[in-house]
Design a binder for this molecule. Structure first.
Ligand SMILES: [Zn+2]
Length: 101
């Protein structure tokens, strides 16, 4: 594993945060995906720079593939109701308040 690190035209390596792991599927994977709605295990993962879309490498590491094929967790909605301001000024009118004292 002494391969030199490839960089994109921006100079990003696959370790860079702007370089995303993009799963690539086989033809059979695409069939599963399109016909059955199953997310197949990707054939390999391509490291692609999000700035210039240039690939800086790929991997077939089973751990990476498994991570990519895992179901995405839906974004957690804010469970709590929108918090009301804790000490809102009481703006209710005071009907008992008389103008004269
Ligand atoms: Zn780039």
């Amino acid at each position: 594993m002494a391969r030199p690190l490839r960089t994109c035209r921006c100079g990003h390596t696959k370790e860079h945060e702007l370089v995303a792991e993009e799963p690539e599927y086989t033809l059979w994977g695409w069939i599963l995906l399109s016909m059955f709605g199953i997310t197949p295990k990707p054939d390999h993962v391509v490291y692609r720079c999000q700035m210039c879309r240039q690939s800086v490498g790929s991997t077939r590491d089973p751990k990476v593939l498994a991570r990519k094929s895992a179901p995405k967790r839906p974004p957690a909605p804010e469970a709590a109701a929108p918090a009301s301001p804790p000490d809102a000024p009481a703006s209710s009118p005071h009907p008992e308040e008389s103008p004269r004292t």
